[in-house]
Design a protein around this ligand. Structure first.
Ligand code: UDP
Length: 476
């Protein structure tokens, strides 16, 4: 094994979306001749070994997986459920510094057989890793897998608190028109409404953990060596410029990372899947007409009430469209996601319902004409990369600002009201799949796709930025 390569330890926030984005980025670094150690939590690694082909986690020459504990003990029979996001987030903050330090010490031991660790790439919301990299005097590059607009919104939460705009005065502010208040002083986000800022502002509690953590983490970025965003220049220029002017470290836009890794041999061989992928849906899609299938997926963390689930289901059924719907086993609060018999019978001939799918393949399949999404940043970027217009139903975190940008700035999304109504679901699906507005959105989505592919093709702007961050920060 070559000992002269630079060695990056990549540590994502341990949820599916953050892992996927970091893994694409790690692939790109590997392609640029880095030795990679990709750090999973023990829980996720074990779970992924059970859900996916173990070869996906076997690594490659100069690409290894390592594990550290997340500080939460989980009974094995719970292994199909998502971990509670906030509990996990708080636990890794509290418990991962020492295991990360020990892991790097082991990697630096001459007996490890690999090169010494030369930099750490950590999720932008795991700033506790700075304690380890400062001790070791190695660069710590933050990889932001939430959207630039979500990160910028989180950065300004502190000022929103100082200006007495949040926390909300009462629960009523959630339903009266207070959330429509326009905030006109955040650079890069002109005329953003309170409701378009990260969902953690929707609290009356000044001590709310996520409210405070959000801005504290973004402000702690001052000690990072650089911050990388998963976007491309044409898409997010004003927001990236605003971030560059308020953040201390240099900012690089290097995305869409899922496209970067497409140009790399073996890019698909490494995967960390927390659910078992059902590739039969691709065979089903192969039998469908071009652009005729509506795809529905709420990502890995969204939880619906059973009423919302039923309203979505009837909306889909009544639209008369063919659709592919991914219903994770833990999609519905406290219940298994099973369709009521009468809906199942109604949609049998024109739908494919499964637990988890290879989403990037689905979105780039010619049969797929539209996507109902929770607006997770990875899903949004994957849809933009495939030229698929969206219906947006944001759930938490950066999904509210993502929805706003998809609908109002980029012209490729239509929003469903928070309170899901079957008639509205039906109307929007018909509009997207058959209406004039849908055609216009499809045209715009294809324009964005061309720009995304251009940025991420070898030699494109995102590769140039990757070369720059390597030279200016990682190897410095
Ligand atoms: N994903 C997938 N199959 C599915 C659902 C999701 O492969 O059936 C992937 C998707 O491609 C994306 C990630 O899981 O990369 C979800 O991340 P996102 O940021 O969209 O949402 P989150 O799960 O974090 O809410």
């Amino acid at each position: 094994m070559a000992n002269d390569k630079p060695h990056a330890v990549c540590f994502p926030l341990p949820t599916q979306g953050h892992i996927n984005a970091m893994l694409h980025f790690a692939n790109a670094l590997h392609f640029m001749d880095f030795h990679i150690t990709f750090v999973n939590t023990e829980f996720n690694h074990r779970r992924s070994l059970r859900k996916a082909d173990p070869a996906c986690l076997a690594g490659l020459p100069n690409f290894r997986f390592a594990t550290i504990p997340d500080g939460i003990s989980f009974p094995d029979d719970d292994i199909d459920r998502s971990q509670d996001f906030i509990a996990l987030y708080l636990s890794i903050k509290r418990h991962c510094v020492a295991p990360l330090r020990d892991l790097i010490a082991t990697l630096n031991d001459p007996c490890s057989g690999g090169p010494r660790v030369s930099c750490v790439i950590s999720d932008a919301f795991t700033t506790f890793t700075l304690a380890v990299t400062t001790e070791l005097s190695v660069p710590n590059i933050f990889f932001c897998s939430v959207s630039p607009v979500g990160y910028l919104g989180s950065f300004y939460i502190k000022e929103l608190i100082q200006r007495n705009i949040i926390p909300l005065r009462s629960e009523e502010d959630l339903t009266n028109s207070f959330l429509d208040t326009v905030i006109d002083w955040i650079p890069g986000m002109p005329n953003i409404r309170l409701k378009d800022l990260p969902s953690f502002i929707r609290t009356t509690n000044p001590l709310d953990i996520m409210l405070n953590d959000c801005w504290e983490e973004t402000h702690a970025s001052r000690d990072a060596s650089a911050i990388i965003f998963n976007t491309f220049h044409d898409l997010d220029t004003p927001v990236i410029e605003a971030l560059s002017s308020v953040l201390t470290p240099p900012v690089y836009d290097i995305g869409p990372v899922s496209l970067l890794s497409q140009y790399i041999p073996d890019h698909n061989s490494l995967r960390v899947n927390l659910w078992k992928e059902d590739s039969n849906c691709i065979e089903w899609l192969n039998e469908q007409k071009q652009g005729s299938v509506f795809y529905v997926n709420f990502g890995s963390l969204t939880v619906l009430t059973s009423n919302q689930f039923i309203e979505f289901a009837w909306g889909l059924a009544n639209s008369r469209c063919k659709f592919l719907w991914v219903t994770r086993p833990d999609l519905i609060e406290g219940e298994t996601a099973l369709l009521p018999a009468e809906i199942a019978t109604e949609i049998k001939e024109r739908s494919f319902v499964t637990n988890w799918c290879p989403q990037r393949e689905v979105l780039s399949h010619p049969a797929v004409g539209g996507f109902l999404t929770h607006c997770g940043w990875n899903s949004a970027m994957e849809s933009i990369s495939a030229g698929v217009p969206m219906i947006c139903w944001p759930f938490i975190s950066d999904q509210q600002p993502n929805c706003r940008y998809l609908c109002s700035e980029w012209g490729i999304g239509m929003e469903i009201g928070e309170e899901v109504k079957r008639e509205e679901v039906e109307r929007l699906i018909k509009e997207l799949m058959e209406g004039q507005k849908g055609k216009e959105m499809k045209r715009k989505a294809l324009e964005w796709k061309v720009k995304a592919v251009k940025a991420a093709s070898l030699g494109g702007d995102s590769w140039i930025k990757l070369e720059r961050v390597i030279k200016e920060v990682m190897l410095k």
